[in-house]
Design a protein. Sequence first.
Length: 319
Amino acid sequence: MKAFWDYLFKEWFRQVGEALLVAFLVTTFVFTTVGVVGQSMYPTLRNGERVLVPKWETWLVRLGFMEWRRGEIAILKPPEGTPFSTARFPVLGFSFRAFFIKRIVAVPGDEVYVDRGVVYVNGKPLAETHITDRITPWPDSFPGVCYEGGRLTRIVTQQGDFPVELLPAYLRPLKEMLLPPSQETLARSELGEVCEVGRIKLKPGYYFVMGDNRTLGGSEDSRTFGPIPVERIAGRASFVWWPVVVREEGGFRLNLRARAIPPAYRQRPHSRTTPTSPPGPCPPLTITWPMSALLEGPEWRPRALGRVWRSWRASRRVP
């Protein structure tokens, strides 16, 4: 009997356990893949595609060595209580909070709002031709704010109209990040309710995300649940690897492609209260595609990288 259990442990349990341990370490610290469900990122990503997520970037961001950038496609967990954020597990039937896949539109310190379908970051409109060349965005605005008697009374989101006293928990950070209205708006509110498009100033650690599908009802994003904290971002979609080949009207097409940052999000001006970046980005590394897509990740924090560089120089210095 002892020989049987020894055989079972050595030939089955240990091998299965080792395989599960290796799989856990790889998907937690190296890379994982995520499936796209729905059309919220159309035309950039399509339903059924799978993307590669470098997990080492997530850990470097959490350790403070890197930052997520505008224009990157993020895998994120929406705030608890967000409408339509739960899914049902196949066969077993229990509910869970699903991951969303959205694009980072604004980063901490940015001022952002949406006016009639156009996204403004730090006062300038984004020319999102990667979207507008394929679809026509719905002319919605966010955030809608209403004032009466000199105080904020309502916040209007993609999901509905919320009195400030009854804001759900996931929208309370949004209220804290609203910029104060003009004196003219406050004066007019003394005569009756005044509604307008507000402005959001993202506080440290918060990001504004949107789906590329800007048609009516095309995406549940920060226009529904507000800015999200960095802790809810699980990684970056860097590369589409499945399906390898897709069928189109003209025949078959290779579907492997990198997900680079669109030009609209590069070199956006910083807000006045945020330290400015060095003039212009560093020249990109010359790396054969598609590996360059994996390396084009969140930008390094200059201070952390500077400390590493100075330490290395000091260790190499000859007295």
